[in-house]
Design a protein around this ligand. Structure first.
Ligand SMILES: Cc1cc2nc3c(=O)[nH]c(=O)nc-3n(C[C@H](O)[C@H](O)[C@H](O)COP(=O)(O)OP(=O)(O)OC[C@H]3O[C@@H](n4cnc5c(N)ncnc54)[C@H](O)[C@@H]3O)c2cc1C
Length: 361
């Protein structure tokens, strides 16, 4: 009866172009599943649950995501400066208040399936987790974020977020009037050096090769700042300090000679990797491996699957932007579910038929 309601409303029709076999009806259903417990995922969870869509968020291994590494976040509109973890605590609390469930699970596989539920077929997603859980999701938001490439040298972990940074837009202000360095020789490194030049006393660009990967004209542009110095053939081998970072040890790639460079902060511009392998065979990706969004929405190329935050953003990578993406993704997903006939009435039927995922598990 219930699925007849769904089918009459056209629920099956939309997602049927890629189906991987008919599945049983024993698995529990999550109307809106969010994969990722960072700013984007939590913002989506708030909006999904506020719209009375039963919403479950699987956090993955890093509950809270990248922002928990930020000791001080001062650029989120309307929020006073505070540690990233405090922002995550509030976001989680807000999502829970509206009825979302937050579960510490790593999603290992998402398979589009035609599920046989109460004798009717519907095209949905079978979701598998690292703990062996299997659930059905009617719509999914991918908010799996990104991870910064690291130098993997001694001291990096110790000073991560407190001397070693990846976001000058976020942290340049903390080093006003001090000497700082940027590692990397591409366009991003140049952009970082220019951003830092607005605050720092001196900016040193450290490049391990004999030339920049960035456009050759930029070097003359950088010279005009007067405070940006470029050092070639330099590799960072150690980050040093006691409680506060005091400098770095460099190795000259030609001679092997080591030297100490006193700086207050090191900004890494050596790339970041979007965490998109989970869906790389399902949705279209950009050349940088980010999820490709369509039509200025948070829709992916796969119907019923949406994306938000750094997983789909190679350009801005800001918490405020991730939150906005999460909100948009939830609004898009809610609209999608409504368009498929997933009204509150259907949700109630799903619940009374005992088919909904038990939110307390
Ligand atoms: C040190 C640091 C400081 C920063 N400071 C600032 C700042 O001051 N201001 C600012 O605006 N921005 C800052 N940023 C950037 C900001 O943190 C990010 O842009 C934002 O957090 C991205 O959020 P997200 O939710 O898209 O992804 P992420 O924060 O990367 O979260 C991804 C989530 O997905 C989960 N996940 C991944 N794979 C799976 C899976 N298979 N199954 C389930 N879950 C999965 C992870 O566990 C994680 O919870 C900073 C970043 C860093 C690293």
């Amino acid at each position: 009866m219930l699925m007849r309601v769904l089918l009459l409303a056209g629920f099956c029709g939309l997602v049927c172009q890629k189906s991987y076999g008919v599945h049983d009806a024993q698995k529990k259903v999550i109307p809106l599943l969010i994969v990722g417990g960072g700013v984007a995922g939590l913002s989506a969870a708030e909006y999904g649950s506020r719209a009375h869509i039963p919403t479950v968020l699987f956090t993955g291994e890093k509950r809270g995501g990248q922002i928990i590494d930020a000791l001080e976040v001062e650029n989120i509109p309307g929020l006073p400066s505070q540690p990233g973890i405090a922002i995550i605590d509030r976001l989680e609390e807000q999502a829970l208040t509206f009825g979302a469930a937050i579960v510490e699970e790593v999603v290992t596989e998402i398979v589009p399936v035609t599920a046989d539920i109460l004798g009717e077929k519907a095209s949905i997603f079978l979701v598998k987790t690292a703990s062996g859980r299997e659930v059905y999701a009617l719509a999914i938001i991918i908010a799996t974020g990104a991870s910064q490439r690291r130098l993997e040298v001694p001291g990096e972990e110790e000073f991560w977020g407190n001397g070693v940074h990846t976001c000058p837009r976020c942290d340049a202000l903390f080093y006003k009037g001090q000497d700082v360095a940027v590692v990397g020789g591409g366009d991003t490194a140049v952009e970082y050096a220019e951003m830092l030049a607005a605050y720092a006393n001196k900016v040193i660009m450290l490049i391990h090769s004999p030339a920049m990967r960035a456009n050759p004209h930029v070097e003359s542009r950088l010279r005009k700042y007067g405070i940006i110095e470029v050092m070639y053939h330099q590799q960072v081998v150690k980050i040093m300090g006691t409680r506060r970072m005091q400098g770095i040890e460099l190795e000259d790639m030609r001679t092997g000679e080591r030297s100490f460079l006193p700086i207050a902060a090191l900004f890494l511009a050596i790339g970041h990797e979007p965490t998109t392998s989970l869906v790389s065979s399902l949705v279209d990706l950009t050349p940088t491996g980010h999820i490709l969004l369509t039509k200025r929405t948070q829709e992916t190329s796969y119907p019923g699957m949406f994306a938000a935050g750094d997983a789909a953003d190679s350009r801005y990578r800001q918490a405020g932007v991730a939150a906005g993406d999460g909100i948009k993704a939830a609004l898009d997903a809610v609209q999608y579910l409504h368009d498929q006939g997933m009204t509150e009435h259907v949700m109630r039927n799903l619940r009374s038929a005992g088919m909904l995922f038990n939110f307390d598990t």
